[in-house]
Design a protein around this ligand. Structure first.
Ligand code: CP
Length: 307
């Protein structure tokens, strides 16, 4: 059974196929409005979400399908101690496809190993968030026309920011990528990502704490919030939370065609004064996420023989 647990589960050709489908949905929404009639998506969210859960639900409704699920662990039998494996087997009796968010790294993989329907990782702890990467890729594709020869700056919480880990993996397969890692020392990109992705593919990268000096080099600036929910110590969070705040002043030396992305939610790391700058792409990213999730649901249901 084909699932999406890690963005590398899909080849670059398959990602392009999803981008092409999403672009076609944007152009011809009526053609897709009945494709999932009679099919059900289960959204199993053990952690808070606005964009991912609601965009999955909107995606399924716009395909003519239905949605069931829960939005917090406490309203499911997880509160009584039910395992992820048993939950996946149970939900396989009710739905055609699952989107799961869980605070524990690897939980969606356990679900996929036990479900008889496709499982989509909608974010697992500080590990991966492949469907956010689908939204990021469509945004980059529409802004830049492709993925080659880009210098991409990742700024903020690179340690716990699962969207960063997934996007670096996805971009690592395209030619000419240069990566700039901008973070406080305490929130550097985990060594396993540097070793298994950047070093393994000989991708040039630099690590710095200084956003402004590197700004003129960047084609893409991917801002992230400091992930309060992953800290063991509130004092550390308070000390680090405002390490980077992007303001119009800090964009003075940026390229005119820079694309500013952020997976959202935003806390304080991008000033609202930037929202009207044509380089701000983060609300487009939200919309593109819905179209990519529509394309993904179609692909996985087709491969599972459920469409
Ligand atoms: N980007 C993202 O995952 O947002 P939510 O946590 O609101 O789903």
């Amino acid at each position: 059974m084909r699932s999406l647990i890690d963005i590398l589960d899909f080849s670059p050709e398959e990602l392009q196929e999803l981008i092409d489908t999403a672009n076609d949905i944007i152009e011809h929404p009526a053609f897709y409005s009945d494709k999932c009639r009679g099919r059900k998506l289960a959204t199993l969210f053990y952690e808070p979400s606005t964009r991912t859960r609601l965009s999955f639900e909107a995606a399924m409704y716009e395909l003519g399908g239905n949605v069931l699920g829960f939005s917090e662990a406490n309203s499911s039998s997880a509160a009584k101690g039910e395992s992820v494996a048993d939950t996946a087997k149970t939900v396989s009796c009710y739905a055609d496809i699952i989107a799961m968010r869980h605070p524990k790294e690897g939980a969606p993989l356990v679900a996929a190993m036990n479900a008889s329907i496709p499982v989509i990782n909608a974010g697992d702890g500080g590990h991966n968030h492949p469907t956010q990467t689908l939204a990021d890729l469509l945004t980059i594709y529409r802004e830049k026309g492709g993925f080659e020869n880009l210098t991409v700056g990742f700024c903020g919480d690179l340690k716990f920011g699962r969207t960063v880990h997934s996007l670096i993996s996805a971009l690592s397969r395209y030619k000419g990528l240069k990566v700039v890692l901008i973070s406080p020392v305490e929130l550097k990109l985990p060594s396993y990502v540097k070793k298994e992705v950047l070093a393994a593919r000989s991708i040039p990268y630099i690590q710095t704490t200084d956003l402004e000096s590197i700004m003129p080099e960047l084609d893409i600036l991917y801002m992230t919030r400091v992930q309060r929910e992953r800290f063991f110590n509130e004092e550390d969070y308070l000390r680090l939370k405002d390490s980077y705040i992007l303001t119009p002043e800090k964009l003075k030396n940026a390229k005119q065609d820079l694309a500013i992305l952020h997976p959202l939610p935003r806390v304080n790391e991008i000033s609202v004064a930037i929202d009207d700058d044509p380089r701000a792409c983060y609300f487009k990213q939200v919309l593109y996420g819905k179209y990519m999730r529509m394309a993904l649901i179609l692909k996985l249901l087709k491969e599972a023989g459920r469409l």
